[in-house]
Design a protein around this ligand. Structure first.
Ligand SMILES: *Cc1c(COP(=O)(O)O)cnc(C)c1O
Length: 232
């Protein structure tokens, strides 16, 4: 059962306050950190809450589930794909999502580029890098990242906004902090080497928000703290 809108609004306000507090602690501006509501497994109404509250974007981790919601949505919000994307669903994802955060291999870059038309605006993407070297997670390795960025920059129909990572689940917050610091350092290195900006660092979820903000996150992807535990 989805929570009520007033409960959502209260949680969203508390979360924005918390983000502002964490930003103040490390000398950052809260406006540098975008709050994405992760609506996966929840009904379409969850995304409508985010829109009504004034959040800019929602995240879905499955193409099919996301597309079904996007088709039905009659309110303004930006939909982003944050979950693993199979190559055979690349065209569908490119058609419906405003940005794909989970681009992690050359084959997928080629597929996306092939299904986009050159006379249309470029599709914004993030490269997902498994900086925590978590076996259970998708994402390119740090070593593969330069080759991947090179391919993405060469693909005329993609626009690389930056990098994304999911930290390993661990009791010690230091594990997440290291994974986030690694993503930031990788971004700095790649930006210098390829002469591109890569402003977006998508990192941090309900369980590792402070570490992500301290290490420079520009997009925190939050589900549980906004909507409660997911069913199933
Ligand atoms: C589910 C998910 C989130 C949100 O996780 P919470 O712990 O519920 O905040 C963030 N990012 C990705 C990629 C996810 O799949």
């Amino acid at each position: 059962m989805l929570i009520s809108y007033p409960t959502f609004a209260e949680r969203a306000r508390a979360l924005l306050d918390r983000i502002a507090e964490l930003c103040a602690e490390c000398g950052r501006e809260p406006s540098e950190v975008n709050l994405m509501a992760v609506t996966k497994t929840h009904p379409l109404e969850a995304a409508e809450y985010a829109s009504r509250f004034g959040l800019a974007c929602v995240g879905e981790n499955r193409v099919q589930e996301g597309v079904e919601k996007i088709r039905r949505a009659d309110f303004p919000i930006r939909w982003e794909l944050i979950g693993h994307l199979q190559s055979n669903k690349a065209a569908l994802a490119a058609k419906y999502f405003a940005r794909i955060q989970s681009v992690d291999r050359a084959k997928l870059i080629a597929r996306l580029d092939a299904c986009l038309r050159e006379d249309e605006p470029a599709l914004p993407i993030l490269l997902q890098v498994n900086t925590g070297e978590d076996e259970a997670k998708f994402g390119a390795s740090v070593a593969e990242a330069p080759r991947l960025l090179e391919a993405a920059l060469a693909a005329g129909s993609l626009r690389v906004d930056g990098l994304m990572t999911i930290a390993p689940l661990a009791r010690d917050p230091e594990v997440a902090r290291r994974a986030f610091a690694c993503l930031r350092e990788l971004r700095d290195e790649l930006a210098a080497r390829f002469g591109v900006a890569l402003p977006e660092l998508s990192m941090g979820m309900t369980g590792d928000l402070p570490e992500a903000i301290r290490e420079g996150s520009t997009c925190v992807r939050v589900g549980t703290a906004l909507f409660g535990e997911r069913p199933g």
